[in-house]
Design a protein around this ligand. Structure first.
Ligand code: AGP
Length: 372
């Protein structure tokens, strides 16, 4: 009913709008007054966490994209090797698991059969499984050794939005906590990022306030058949997520690529007026990546692409090559997906509406996939 949708036409719009609160709620009570993380709820002792020598993340769909981002965070802040794998592939290739392996299973619903079967397999091999889940008491957390709940509240729309942002927050919390208990050399950076995380909900809110041009752009592209998405580093999974949203909602051919792979094949797809969304890393810090992606934008534009550029406020280098420029707030490199994903959600939702598609219940899809 209209009341359930809180005045929005679709649950998806409501859930996109709820993201600042979902992010804040997921952080709530997990950072103490001194700025340290308090994750005693994990019920894995700091001693056991210090013994972990490998992390394996398993998930499907959007949750898998959160897992890809978790890998960057975990390896950077903890120096523990981290693999991320589609749950549906995982147990069929005889993965190497032992009691020192920490397996992280990410699932909004907690009922995804592929993820459940993968975590059962990991536990049979003696690994500890930590679930990151949005649904209290669902099967995946019940069968795991530990759980960190995301506090997105119920997500009704089939296309995941607020659950994804809170999965990212939970992944950052786990990575930072692992770094904190293991006393990595990034101690100061970890403390600084915890402070930045506390600001992030307000930044997501600011992105939401500036989305009208993105909606307009989406409407103007409603007749297109294909949209490509490019990103690098943590922007690569964001590109994959943008493409998945567009497939699910707009039923358009959408593909995400690592921008560095362009020249190894996908650049052959570029043709006159093809919309290409590019997620640009911050020009600060890892500026090499920034410069490389700016030349990618130049290259595809020279071949006729219509460039839709998502770039940090103050990044002037992209301006000459952006047919459409979407600004996102300045964040630490690893946290950028929290703000960069939002315009892609809005874009896909508006395109679906413009194409007359059912936003909350896309064809052929179920909210949780309880079959293998
Ligand atoms: C997201 O928009 C999708 N509908 C889908 O990819 C989903 O993320 C996937 O099926 C995993 O679901 P889960 O998080 O409930 O395990």
């Amino acid at each position: 009913s209209a009341a359930e949708k809180g005045g929005y036409d679709y649950f998806m719009l409501k859930e996109i709008a709820e993201q600042p609160k979902a992010v804040a709620d997921t952080l709530l009570g997990r950072i103490d007054a001194a700025g340290s993380l308090t994750l005693d709820e994990l019920r894995i002792s700091p001693g056991a966490l210090r013994e972990v020598d490998k992390v394996v993340v398993i998930a499907c769909g959007t949750a898998f994209h959160a897992g890809m981002i978790a890998k960057y965070a975990i390896e950077h802040w903890t120096r523990i090797p981290c693999e991320v794998e589609l749950a549906s592939e995982f147990r069929y290739r005889d993965p190497i698991l032992d009691p020192q392996t920490l397996v992280i299973a990410i699932s909004q619903s907690g009922e995804t059969m592929d993820t459940l079967m993968a975590l059962r397999h990991a536990r049979e091999q003696g690994s500890r499984v930590l679930a990151i889940c949005n649904t209290n008491g669902s099967t995946i957390p019940r069968e795991s050794d530990a759980v960190l709940y995301t506090h997105a509240g119920p997500e009704v729309a089939v296309a995941s939005t607020k659950a994804f942002l809170t999965q990212l927050v939970a992944c950052y919390l786990v990575a930072l906590y692992l770094g904190q208990v293991r006393g990595t050399k990034w101690g100061d950076e970890i403390r600084a990022v915890i402070r930045d995380l506390a600001q992030i909900s307000g930044q997501v809110e600011r992105v939401l306030e500036t989305m009208e041009p993105v909606r307009e752009l989406a409407r103007s592209l409603a007749h297109k058949n294909t949209v490509l998405f490019l990103g690098r580093h943590v922007g690569y999974p964001v590109a994959l997520e943008g493409a998945l949203k567009l497939k699910e909602l707009a039923y358009m051919h959408a593909e995400g690529f690592a921008a560095g792979e362009l020249k190894h094949g996908p650049i052959a797809l570029i043709e006159e007026d093809l919309p290409v969304v590019v997620v640009v890393p911050s020009p600060r810090g890892r500026s090499v990546l920034h410069d490389k992606i700016v030349s990618n934008i130049q290259e595809i534009r020279a071949r006729g692409a219509r460039t839709i550029v998502i770039a940090e406020e103050g990044d002037e280098a992209v301006v000459p090559y952006a047919d459409h420029l979407v600004r996102i707030p300045v964040t630490p490199t690893l946290l950028q997906p929290l703000v960069a994903t939002v315009p892609l959600q809005v874009f896909a939702c508006e395109l679906a509406t413009a194409r007359g598609n059912e936003v909350d219940q896309p064809r052929n899809l179920a909210k949780s996939v309880t079959v293998e």
